[in-house]
Write a protein that binds this ligand. Structure first.
Ligand SMILES: Cc1ncc(COP(=O)(O)O)c(C=O)c1O
Length: 383
């Protein structure tokens, strides 16, 4: 690592990963190199055992007692597509949070599903008292981005889930950012489809993600996105109805999931509460450090992400300067979430986004504060 590399793009993907993650991937390739569920020899059995271990750990991490209610996909985008395409039918209506990512908005658009956007405060926090007014006779699903990837606002999932269930609606939670930042319990938080991605706060490699089904969801009513070989019921052309095979056709990403397993284990060892506190403190420090500068606008929620704009300075120029002069890596623009930027009033130019991780230090944040202030001063001086 170059000494002055400050990675603040953890909302895109976390970096660095704990060392145990790459170690686990490498060990899986050496010792668990068979195809799980596809053979009786020892390498296939070892792969099967590893797959069960990560399934069990993933389920427990999100408060489920049933490891088979986890279905792995290659990322959360695929998990969300799987649920939307498997659950919704023409004529259905859905409610979405005002902070949704295009992982939700594009499939809804492609499927021509009618939706309404839930009312919120200026920072995107949903006004839960207004939700019931938006429910229609054909509303089937409420979709909530739990922690925004733009300003870190965290939505009150548990309360929203209660309202959903009172009206016999299903709740899909996009936990791309919150998984690994905020404790989640699929049953207590009233979630029906808990979608997650492995490569952000869970510290797995890219190519991992999935969905956990709540205990009340009738999975047989959900059409699989992909059908094919599962290693089970091979005599039939029909897709198995049972979990996890119903939604897991084709060979699984065993080495990737071994990495996810190690990432989850690392979080358990660190303590999710400690990770959460560290991240919130750093974002709070960043916010405090920048908030008095008259040329810096801050878009902040309560998660581990914060966005800014600097008056008179184009976001692209700011990002290049931050990296070239201070080694600070950020992501600028719309962050695949144009709806969130419309809600915050930052569409179409977007923002400069900072996202921390347990590997981010107070010193990194201080350098970032000083760098942003310097850029703001220089932009005032017309440099
Ligand atoms: C809130 C949210 N949803 C969905 C996604 C898509 O994640 P992936 O690219 O891992 O599918 C992201 C990633 O940026 C995100 O922040």
């Amino acid at each position: 690592m170059t000494p002055n590399m400050i990675y603040l793009d953890n909302a895109a993907t976390s970096w660095p990963k704990p060392e145990c993650v790459s170690e686990a991937i490498s060990q899986a390739m050496i010792h668990c190199g068979g195809n799980p569920g596809r053979g009786g020899h020892k390498l296939a059995l070892a792969a099967g055992e590893l797959l069960y271990e990560v399934r069990d750990r993933t389920a427990a991490f999100f408060g489920s007692e049933d490891p088979f209610r986890v279905s792995y996909t290659q990322n959360i985008t695929m998990a969300i597509n799987m649920i939307l395409r498997g659950v919704l039918h023409p004529g259905d209506h859905v409610l979405v949070s005002p902070m949704e990512h295009n992982a939700v908005m594009r499939p809804l658009n492609a499927m021509a599903i009618n939706y309404d956007i839930l009312d919120s405060e200026a920072d995107g926090k949903i006004k839960t008292s207004e939700i019931e007014n938006k429910i229609r006779g054909n509303t089937k699903l409420i979709i909530i981005c739990h922690e925004s990837n733009v300003n870190g606002i965290v939505q009150p999932l548990r309360e929203i889930g209660q309202i959903a269930h009172k009206h016999n609606l299903l709740l899909l939670a996009d936990c791309a950012q919150s998984a690994g930042h905020i404790p989640l319990h699929i049953e207590k938080d009233n979630i029906d489809f808990l979608c997650f991605t492995g490569h952000k706060g869970l510290f797995g490699p890219t190519g991992t993600g999935g969905v956990l089904f709540g205990s009340q969801v009738d999975v047989e009513q959900i059409q699989p996105l992909i059908c094919g070989g599962t290693g089970s019921l091979s005599e039939s052309f029909k897709q198995p109805a049972f979990l996890p095979d119903r939604f897991e056709s084709g060979t699984q990403n065993i080495s990737g999931l071994a990495g996810l397993n190690a990432g989850l284990q690392w979080i358990e060892n660190q303590g999710l509460e400690n990770i959460s506190q560290h991240g919130s403190k750093l974002i709070n420090d960043l916010c405090q450090g920048l908030q008095d500068h008259p040329k810096i606008q801050i878009y902040s929620g309560e998660g581990q992400v914060l966005s800014i704009t600097i008056d008179g300075l184009d976001n692209g120029t700011a990002a290049s300067e931050l990296e070239d002069r201070w080694g600070i890596m950020t992501r600028i623009g719309l962050h695949c979430a144009p709806l969130a930027h419309r809600t915050l009033g930052t569409f179409p130019s977007g923002t400069i986004r900072f996202a921390v991780s347990p590997f981010t230090t107070e010193e990194d944040i201080q350098i970032c504060i000083d760098a942003c202030k310097t850029l703001a001063e220089e932009s005032c001086a017309g440099k």
